[in-house]
Design a protein around this ligand. Structure first.
Ligand SMILES: [Zn+2]
Length: 351
């Protein structure tokens, strides 16, 4: 296994006269990590460990409450408002126009950015702190999301590539406070999905095994970044993250959304809630996630369904963005909490 997946670390020494050390020569050793599949780089400077607050500030709970309260009256996800003002799907696709399970409701986005662009209401509460997301509410929202690919397939709509996603609060790109997920996709895979499916296929052709199952087995055996399991879902911290505090959850037996059953959905929901609870304990107030699937209807041995969750900039007045040229233009990521420390922090909430 170890010869198939390599965790590459490259050390760079950066030397300066350091005014914080009497202007003496100071060499700082930087650790550049490469993702074993994509080669995507991240950098860790041990001197910055413990300086998380310098980059991410402190979440201002009172400000978050104030912003959330201000949007409550006009929220289209609160109460029954969604029944009056949200769009509906053509009846030949969804006879009732929208999909409902528990408090979750799925309906089309009025301004789509993909062939399929659905919005899913996650529970009836207008604002939920990260520590208070409830597994059943999230499970209903995922189950509702997965009902859409089933309906599309039954109706014969040509949509092969779907993803389930989430933004939470302003710094993560959410335009409303009320928890909501989004299903987006179409007849073309998104850039990241296309890349990752291609690289997974190359790995499969070279080694005859699936990268994603191999990764889970290897991380479990090494036990440094393995976090735990929730039913059929295996959770780990990314060796070379492409986002802050990146956690991935892999379904080692499922390659596309149509294969997911109730157990898988429950495992995904419980894992997401555990990660969010762990984030909350780390002082984090925002997140993004995406759940990826191989082409709908295919059973592709080279790919497995997986979720990536990252944290984003904390909410406080005049916060600075977390993505700067390093991430947006150089495709690199900064590590402040090493993945091995993140895994340890989160293990507590997976016991
Ligand atoms: Zn609301």
């Amino acid at each position: 296994m170890t010869d198939k997946i390599k965790f590459v670390k490259h050390i760079q020494n950066s030397t300066i006269h350091n005014p914080m050390m009497d202007n003496q020569l100071d060499t700082q050793a930087l650790e550049i990590r490469k993702d074993p599949l994509t080669g995507a780089q991240s950098v860790f400077n041990p001197r910055l460990e413990g300086k998380v607050a310098m980059f991410y500030g402190q979440s201002d709970a009172a400000l978050i409450e104030k912003i959330a309260e201000a949007s409550r009256a006009n929220c289209f996800l609160c109460g029954d408002t969604w029944k009056q003002i949200t769009p509906t799907y053509p009846t030949d696709l969804i006879p009732e126009g929208r999909i409902r399970i528990g408090q979750a409701v799925l309906f089309p986005n009025i301004f789509p950015v993909a062939q399929i662009h659905a919005v899913i209401r996650v529970g009836d509460k207008h604002y939920v702190p990260l520590s208070e997301f409830d597994p059943q509410t999230v499970e209903d929202a995922f189950e509702t999301s997965l009902e859409l690919p089933r309906k599309l397939t039954t109706a014969g709509v040509d949509v092969r590539y779907l993803t389930i996603n989430g933004n939470y609060l302003g710094p993560a790109g959410a335009s409303i406070a009320h928890p909501h997920f989004q299903v987006v996709g179409g007849d073309l895979p998104f850039t990241y999905l296309e890349n990752i499916m291609g690289l997974s296929r190359q790995y499969f052709q070279k080694h005859g095994t699936c990268y994603w199952s191999d990764l889970v087995d290897l991380e479990k055996e090494k036990d440094k970044r393995y976090i735990g399991s929730t039913g059929s879902v295996e959770w780990l911290a990314s060796f070379s993250p492409s986002g802050t505090n990146e956690v991935i959850g892999v379904l080692p037996k499922r390659s596309q959304f149509l294969e997911l059953d109730g157990n898988d959905v429950s495992g995904l929901a419980r894992g997401v809630v555990n990660v969010l609870f762990g984030y909350a304990k780390m002082g984090i107030s925002t997140f993004n996630f995406a759940i990826y699937s191989g082409p709908l209807g295919d059973s592709d041995d080279s790919f497995r369904c997986f979720i990536r969750i990252i944290s984003r900039q904390n909410v406080y007045e005049n916060y600075r963005t977390d993505d700067y040229f390093l991430q947006k233009l150089l495709d690199n990521e900064l590590i402040l909490t090493p993945p091995e420390v993140l895994a340890k922090n989160l293990q507590l909430h997976f016991e």
